[in-house]
Design a protein around this ligand. Structure first.
Ligand code: PEP
Ligand code: MG
Length: 748
């Protein structure tokens, strides 16, 4: 790149800055800018097209084309060369525009006499704002230097647009981040919520895209990069026990932070007149645009790392930390790219809802959100780019959508839905303290699932008869070191105290698969869900299980105790786990600690194999609890976290119900107590069918107890069972259709 060009583009930016400082309205400012660019670049035409809605671009200002075409000429995304630049986010530079594929000339603009065309996307951090076009009569390809200079100008235009510099009359000149947007993601946790956006990582606002002293800006950049490198080095050396995944991310950080190419490109943009912040953001925007086109998860991950690093660099440069001085709204809906379980717990119940760009159904954040009963939407692509702190937002966790800045009609419909839900909750309140007895006189026991001390108040609020599943992973997941026995026993004791004599079934640690502890040596497994997890880890490395069993015995301090082991696939595993419990009891007795007055030991039935265990196992085990989430994924061989397949097989599929029926029958035969504690127990129709095939204890999230109970109390299970059997005889794949029909007719 020639120094002349740097000087020219610096001059152009200096003129742009002057134009920005002038007290002109949006339109006049845009007109002045197109004039300045055409003049500086010595092109006959310079035009700015901006989006008027997500699908249509509008010519908003031009130097050289017919003025009457301004605000009249429009094209759809992908239409003509301008539409193509907007859709692909890539520059088109051609000496002979009419011969380009897709070329379409707009007669009203008078552009037919211009042969050369260069169109560049105006975009900011992956957000498409418009297209900058220069045209000239002479057939020539614009030089690399010219295109680079125009890229810098397009970047400044994007920043100006973000700051509201072009607001004027008409849809294309309305302020950004004001229109309604719907994000269709996936459900992480059901429920509806209304509130205002609280960005977990507020965006850095760049108020000075153009700088007048490139030397100073370069010094600032180098200084900030130095600080960044130090920070990354400190992170690498502070990492616990060589956690492989974290180390990999940090090594990628380190690689980028030391990358000469990355630094050089930013330094060049500074030489062209950008401020250090704008230079970093320009690189970040390019990376985000690339990210959109990449499907390889590894490469996407690395581009995410680069994005994170750019954010850190921007924060150092701008001095804008996570604390912006803004007050969290009273009804916050957390919006983030992703969030860890400990950070989420820090927010606790103050949140009304959560929306993430990433995440997965089984992620730690999802587990915490589920525990806190907060609606969670995952895979809400690019919401952190669009949402601003304080924006009005409504979440429909049931269908995984988030309505940002919703229109009045949406607000009304949504509030109606929430009012209906609130009314239903009231109805549930009136039956809360009644026993669950069906219309045909069957008693069903409804328990709740929990995982935190904070869940326990729901025991009373929901009317649950006890805790059917207390997941003990969270205390291990949210720390960066192994919790101590004394900490665990204090927590378990508090849980039992709060339950006030109601039963709490503690499940021993279920880690591995998706639940990875940062302080445990990671194992590389091709299929972690089928790998070294839960009881398998517990028995191979019994230290943690022993510690946990001791903590439970001490917490019970003489009270009755219920414990179950996760993921038992065969009889021997249960026997070995029970032997550990016997040893723990013996040790505690010798140490003089009180022994539980009664102890029931059970197993989770989460693998099909256990359904066919020897009769003796069924006679020996204290109780069984079906972990339907895992059992279903293994039954259908469909990953519970894979969006492509996880909804493909209905829980009410005849094969699955027949399989469950077999387990119920075997348990009835041997007198083994049986419950069901997967998520399906909390879905009213599914719960009804489970009860109809003979399950009499269901454990679910607290918010589901009311709806499930209400439906059970209105239903004749005998009649429903006949519907199920008929559907089976009729050769249907799923009983859902006839069951829904039965419910409609009995409600009607
Ligand atoms: C299950 O698999 O159904 C279950 C309750 O356990 P988790 O969801 O914790 O794997
Ligand atoms: Mg499970």
């Amino acid at each position: 790149m020639s120094n002349d060009f740097q000087t020219d583009s610096r001059q152009l930016l200096a003129r742009l800055r002057t134009a920005m400082a002038e007290e002109t309205a949006g339109q006049a400012r845009l007109d002045m800018i197109t004039h300045l660019i055409a003049d500086s670049m010595k092109t006959e035409v310079c035009s700015v097209y901006l989006f008027r809605d997500s699908e249509t671009l509008e010519l908003c200002a031009t130097e050289g084309l017919k003025p009457e075409a301004v605000h009249q000429t429009r094209m759809r995304l992908g239409e003509g060369l301008v539409g193509r630049v907007a859709r692909t986010g890539r520059t088109i530079n051609t000496p002979d525009a009419p011969s380009e594929p897709g070329f379409r000339y707009m007669a009203e603009t008078g552009e037919e006499i211009y042969s050369s065309f260069a169109g560049l996307p105006i975009q900011r951090l992956g957000e498409k704002l418009g297209v900058l076009v220069v045209q000239s009569k002479v057939a020539r390809r614009f030089s690399e230097d010219e295109i680079t200079a125009l890229e810098v100008v397009a970047m400044v235009l994007a920043e100006m647009a973000e700051l509201g510099a072009f607001i004027g009359e008409g849809a294309a000149l309305t302020a950004l981040h004001t229109k309604p947007v719907v994000f269709r993601g996936a459900t992480g946790q059901e429920g509806t919520a209304e509130g205002h956006v609280w960005l977990h990582e507020p965006r850095v606002v760049i108020t000075n895209p153009i700088a007048d002293d490139p030397h100073r800006e370069r010094e600032r950049l180098l200084d900030a990069a130095e600080q960044l490198r130090d920070a990354v080095d400190r992170m690498v050396s502070g990492i616990a026990n060589g956690d492989k995944e974290q180390l990999e991310v940090l090594e990628a950080y380190r690689m980028f932070a030391n990358s000469r190419g990355w630094m050089r490109r930013m330094e060049e943009d500074i030489a062209r007149g950008l401020s250090a912040e704008a230079a970093v953001e320009k690189e970040q925007s390019t990376a985000r645009a690339r990210m959109e086109a990449i499907t390889d998860p590894y490469l996407r991950g690395r581009l995410h790392d680069l994005d994170d690093l750019s954010n850190r660099l921007l924060r150092i440069l701008s001095g804008q930390g996570k604390e912006t001085g803004a007050d969290m709204p009273p009804d916050p809906i957390l919006v983030a790219r992703n969030i860890g379980p400990a950070e989420l717990l820090d927010y606790g119940r103050s949140l009304r809802g959560i929306v993430l760009e990433e995440g997965s159904v089984g992620s730690h954040a999802a587990i915490v959100a589920r525990s806190l009963a907060i609606p969670l939407i995952i895979h809400a692509d690019r919401i952190t780019t669009e949402a601003l702190n304080g924006d009005h937002i409504m979440l429909d966790g049931d269908n995984g959508s988030a309505h940002l800045r919703p229109e009045d009609t949406v607000v009304t419909a949504f509030r109606d839905k929430m009012a209906m839900e609130a009314k239903a909750q009231e109805r549930y309140g009136s039956i809360r303290d009644m026993p669950t007895v069906t219309a045909c006189g069957q008693r069903v026991h409804l328990m709740m699932n929990a995982g935190l001390m904070a869940d326990l108040p729901s025991l009373k609020g929901s009317g649950a008869e006890g805790v059917g599943l207390f997941r003990t992973e969270l205390q291990f997941l949210i720390r960066n070191q192994m919790p101590r026995r004394s900490e665990l026993s204090a927590l378990y004791a508090k849980v039992m105290d709060s339950a006030g004599g109601k039963k709490v079934v503690f499940r021993t640690l279920d880690i591995g698969s998706d639940k990875v502890l940062s302080y445990m040596k990671p194992t590389d497994e091709p299929n972690p869900a089928l790998g070294w997890r839960a009881i398998r880890v517990g028995l191979d490395k019994p230290g943690v299980m022993r510690m946990q069993l001791q903590a439970l015995i001490r917490a019970a301090s003489g009270r009755p105790l219920s414990v179950m082991f996760p993921f038992v696939a065969q009889y021997d595993e249960y026997r070995a786990a029970r032997a550990e419990m016997d040893k723990a009891l013996e040790r505690e007795r010798i140490l003089g600690h009180p022994i539980p007055e009664s102890l029931e030991l059970g197993a989770m039935l989460e693998t099909p194999s256990l359904a066919y265990a020897p009769r003796r196992f069924f006679e020996e085990v204290g109780f069984l609890s079906i972990g339907g989430n895992d059992l279903k994924q293994f039954f259908f061989a469909a990953d519970r976290e894979n969006e492509r397949v996880r909804r493909r097989y209905d829980t009410l599929n005849v094969s699955f119900l027949t399989f469950l029926q077999g387990i119920v029958d075997r348990c009835a035969d041997t007198g083994t107590r049986l419950s069901f504690c997967g998520e399906d127990a909390g879905r009213p129709v599914e719960a009804l069918c489970l009860a109809a095939i003979g399950l009499r204890t269901l454990s679910m999230r607290p918010a589901s107890i009311g709806p499930v109970k209400s439906l059970l109390m209105r239903t004749d299970l005998g009649a429903l069972r006949q519907v199920i059997e008929q559907a089976r005889e009729d050769g249907l794949q799923s009983v859902r259709g006839p069951v829904m029909e039965f419910l409609r007719s009995s409600e009607g």
